[in-house]
Design a protein around this ligand. Sequence first.
Ligand code: NDP
Length: 438
Amino acid sequence: MARKMLLDGELSQRNQEEAHYDFDLFVIGAGSGGVRASRFSANYGAKVGICELPFHPISSEVVGGVGGTCVIRGCVPKKILVYGAAFGGEIEDARNYGWEVNEKLDFNWKKLLHKKTDEIIRLNGIYKRLLSNAGVKLFEGEGKIVGPNEVEVTQLDGTKLSYSAKHILIATGSRAHRPPIPGQELGITSDEALSLEDLPKRVVVLGGGYIAVEFASIWRGMGATVDLFFRKELPLRGFDDEMRAVVARNLEGRGINLHPQTNLTELIKTDNGIKVITDHGEELLADVVLFATGRLPNSKRLNLEAVGVELDNTGAVKVDEYSRTNIPSIWAVGDVTNRMNLTPVALMEGTCFAKTVFGGESSKPDYSYIPCAVFSIPPLSVVGVSEEQAIEQANGDVLVFTSTFNPMKNTISGLIKYLGHLCVGQMHLKLCRALLLH
Ligand code: NDP
């Protein structure tokens, strides 16, 4: 009986403590991780608020939009452009399958751009509805942390709103990074690349990561001349070396000019376009220069120093395996933590956060065997370890199986000629298995 009274007392004290917060959870950033965490937390019965900057296809300190990078200026619009770019080769190939495609093929960039923008506006609306259907209160404005349980939202008109919350979740994602070279302001990042007014004829891409090879493929597929510069011998550092070589061959086969082990040193504006100067002293002219040189955690304007949230040297919010920072009431998920910067991973981290904090079930995200895909044309998809990682992990031998073949579709087309270039249609499969000897 005494124990029961004690428990009742404890519970009522906890209820009183919780009652004095405006929210059980306040989330800063309504991208993939933030929306998932807030919806799932609300489904567990939490009172949830979330803030996000107003919608715009190109992000800045003052605009963003519910849905975040993946939906508004990342995966979704990129995939739409990849699909658009792939049609050129398909239509040419259709001739080999008996289709009479007599007229000259014209590509209307503006039409695709409008369709893409319509689609992301639609998805932005769906994401807002997902939040309101879950009972999450959305605030439009920039969020800052002003105390371990206190957030401030600055609205577009400058009015500031203050709220207390038992838990605060940082889910502000990342921002494109530009290399500090003279004339860097003449280049663009993937944000602008997805919203260009006109389709460029001559493109220079710097970087060898996901974004670089995807945009090189998009623009080449739409008919532009593309020069891709990267620092390593092959693009896609971190992926299996053999597969990187296959991707490089495919990019080259589709007419992309590869410049391995080359960096850009300066951009200069001229009457005839942007003059691009490389560290080998080469010069070329471009209509558009894309910096695809990585993204940095978006943590600068959150006022984290004031509350003592620890960051690493890239600006990423440091978290434990449950996504909790060094301040017990403050948590972080997604790219702002720079763990594995992929949308499905942010979703997983958001789900685990909600389960742990409001679902009564401690859940750690599991980073093993996460599949990923690079939407170059043709694409590369990967799950598990590369040959290099298998060798590193194995105490013994590694079994490697590879297979190269021509998809049946290409038996009629052979090596397809389109846009004046060879289309590489070979497929390459690889399986690596570490033999762990004990
Ligand atoms: P990545 O980290 O994949 O690649 C960055 C590239 O930029 C590397 O090739 C790197 O070269 C190069 N680089 C970095 N700094 C410089 C510099 N100063 N000068 C020259 N080159 C430089 O970044 P991305 O920008 O391609 O993509 C950002 C994030 O977005 C990634 O984390 C990725 O996970 C995610 N993403 C995922 C996609 C998908 O799932 N399909 C699609 C697009 C993005 P080096 O290798 O020499 O260091």
